[in-house]
Design a protein around this ligand. Structure first.
Ligand code: NDP
Length: 255
């Protein structure tokens, strides 16, 4: 097997939650370019249809599934549908997530619960549902999109629930990696710094000093810079990596 063959995703089936825009869309495209069939799961069906069309134009088998990651029934139906349409799932990318700027003194319980239902419980439920299938097949790679917000406290915005949930995603990654290590299923995470998407949109340009100028590389990442890391973790190129959280932040957490 050549070194490049280790990165090949030919014959594999990957599911990317939140794959209809931003980081997830770039990851879905990257895995597709490497040969994987792709299922994109998200809520906005028009946006998903557009992303699926882009993948089909590459000659890749791709389907879109309407699913809310906070809803267990949606996730069960998603796993069933992917199995029927594309075959057993080799790769799950738990990317779907929301941002939320929140003052700890005034945050309502409902907002806290909404963020955790999507950013943490969505990762847990999808991992459990797809993980059961992967463990029984004896193979699989799960990639969780964490964040530097799970490693440090961001500034100048306050968003403690976001950071707390991402820190939990990193530990969920390590916990499941250990539990499933002998079953052929690897679980890893990527912790990006600020990436230019809707979550870090121009609306927040006033924060540019902290989010961009204080990064040693002095810029945002693009979603396309996160996709190759997902390919590494999805493919046999990382066959001995499990329980890792790969930081991709232009050096932000060095200071
Ligand atoms: P975007 O807002 O651009 O995309 C978010 C994606 O998640 C969309 O596809 C959206 O689709 C989907 N999504 C949101 N809620 C749900 C839900 N309940 N069920 C299913 N899908 C959902 O965000 P990014 O691409 O920036 O972020 C992607 C991931 O990367 C997130 O987990 C985020 O926390 C993380 N991240 C982002 C960073 C950044 O600077 N951008 C930095 C570090 C981490 P739809 O609305 O159609 O459901």
């Amino acid at each position: 097997m050549s070194i490049m063959d280790r990165f090949s995703m030919r014959g594999k089936v990957s599911v990317v939650t939140g794959g209809n825009r931003g980081i997830g869309r770039a990851i879905a495209r990257g895995l597709a370019e490497a040969g994987s069939a792709i299922a994109i799961a998200a809520r906005d069906e028009n946006q998903t249809a557009e992303a699926v069309e882009e993948l089909r134009r590459l000659g890749i088998e791709a389907i879109g599934i309407r699913a809310d990651v906070s809803d267990r029934e949606d996730l069960e139906a998603m796993a069933e549908e992917v199995g029927r349409a594309l075959g057993p799932i080799d790769v799950l990318v738990n990317n779907a997530g929301i941002g939320m700027h929140a003052n700890a003194l005034t945050l309502a319980d409902e907002e806290w619960e909404r963020l955790f239902a999507i950013n943490l419980e969505g990762v847990w439920k999808a991992s459990q549902i797809v993980g059961r299938r992967m463990v029984s097949n004896g193979r699989g790679s799960i990639i969780n999109i964490g964040s530097i917000s799970g490693l440090i406290v961001n500034r100048p915005q306050w968003h403690s629930p976001y950071g707390i949930a991402k820190a939990a995603v990193h530990h969920l990654t390590r916990s499941l990696a250990a539990e499933w290590a002998q079953s052929g299923v690897r679980v890893n995470a990527i912790a990006p710094g600020y990436v230019k998407t809707e979550i870090a949109s121009d609306e927040y340009e006033a924060y540019g000093h902290y989010w961009r100028d204080e990064v040693p590389m002095q810029r945002y990442a693009t979603p396309e810079e996160i996709a190759p890391i997902a390919l590494l973790l999805a493919s046999d190129a990382s066959s001995f990596i499990t329980g890792s959280v790969i930081v991709a932040d232009g050096g932000y957490t060095l200071w």
